[in-house]
Ligand binder design. Structure first.
Ligand SMILES: C[S@@+](CC[C@H](N)C(=O)[O-])C[C@H]1O[C@@H](n2cnc3c(N)ncnc32)[C@H](O)[C@@H]1O
Length: 301
């Protein structure tokens, strides 16, 4: 299972959840189950729900062979609905380790990696309708510009969008190599890998609607958590971290925190950590994926 995905900031996540042995917990990004396994080790009689929209994750849940674990093959944007279905409307802690797993990026045919040629796919959920191919070939130039600039932080996003639109007018861009060839001359010399990684990140965020999904999820969290329950979120992109930070600190994604007539802040969560927790240089050396991780912990008031 370690090959599937090496869990990031494992101990900090477990500490952040403040696990009660008999409690009910949700790992909304089950993946290889690294975090879930550590949660289960501390539960006695408690219960764990593991969500993942990738069908490949189910086998990892089965391998744990633990009757306290319920695997939910669904998008965590529907967390409230599923917990109601399982008659666990309120829980003691929720963990989210956002983004894609090493397994997903290392599986060539999933199309997440710049290293392998494959169809332009990038869906975390293999049954979802929209792939990266639709985004690249059907989105307007203005939308491509926005996506590449905002989600990929590409400095020449406008030119890149224009280049993609001209390239696809000759023939559709079907594969990873088609996409890379179309943008090759725009990639800064010697920094091609970084440039393509940013392009791929942007497309992946769009294909999987990662920011919309995160907002929908966070909005459900206060209702799902019991008072004193913990939210632990790990993000790998500044736009995600900003959403998490604002929601924890202000109870909303934009604007200032609301106050009642007496000047008390009206917000459902309280931040447990003043600053986000980051991986140590040792962990980053062992697991480069930990490099951009930012962990935030909050408690339901
Ligand atoms: C970074 S990995 C999690 C790794 C996991 N913590 C471990 O230790 O193995 C993220 C996982 O969450 C899943 N995922 C991401 N967004 C999701 C969503 N909106 N709904 C359900 N699963 C999601 C991905 O398919 C992937 O398997």
């Amino acid at each position: 299972m370690t090959n599937y995905h090496e869990p990031v900031l494992l101990q900090a996540c477990i500490d952040g959840l403040n696990l009660q042995p008999g409690g009910t917990y949700v790992d909304v990004t089950f993946g290889g189950g690294g975090h879930s396994r550590a949660i289960l080790q501390q539960l006695e009689g408690g219960r764990l729900f593991g969500f993942d929209q990738d069908a490949d994750a189910r086998a990892n849940a089965q391998a744990l062979n633990d009757s306290r674990l319920t695997f939910v093959a669904a998008n965590f944007r529907n967390i409230k609905r599923y917990l109601r279905l399982y008659k666990s409307e309120q829980v003691d802690g929720i963990l989210a380790d956002l983004g894609i797993s090493s397994h997903q990026i290392d599986t060539p045919e999933r199309g997440f990696s710049t290293r392998f040629d494959a169809d332009l796919d990038m869906r975390m959920n293999q049954h979802a309708e929209r792939t990266a191919r639709e985004v690249v070939n059907e989105y307007s130039e203005a939308d491509l510009h926005r996506i590449l600039g905002m989600y990929g932080e590409i400095t020449n996003a406008r030119t890149a969008a224009n280049t993609l639109v001209s390239a696809r007018s000759n023939r559709p861009l079907k594969t990873v190599n088609d996409l890379k060839a179309a943008l090759q001359r725009l990639a800064p010399r010697g920094k091609e890998n970084k440039y393509f990684a940013q392009v791929f990140q942007a497309l992946r965020i769009e294909v999987n609607e990662e920011l919309q999904v995160l907002e929908e999820f966070l909005e459900q969290v206060p209702e799902i958590l019991k008072p004193g329950g913990r939210l632990v979120v790990m993000s790998y992109h500044s736009l995600e971290d900003r959403l998490v930070k604002n929601f924890i600190n202000k109870g909303k994604f934009q604007g200032e925190v609301e106050k009642d007539l007496f000047g008390n802040e009206i917000k459902p969560l309280r931040s447990v950590t003043r600053k986000p927790i980051e991986a140590t240089p040792d962990e980053i050396a062992r697991n480069p994926r930990a490099r951009s991780a930012k962990l935030r912990i909050a408690e339901k008031i």
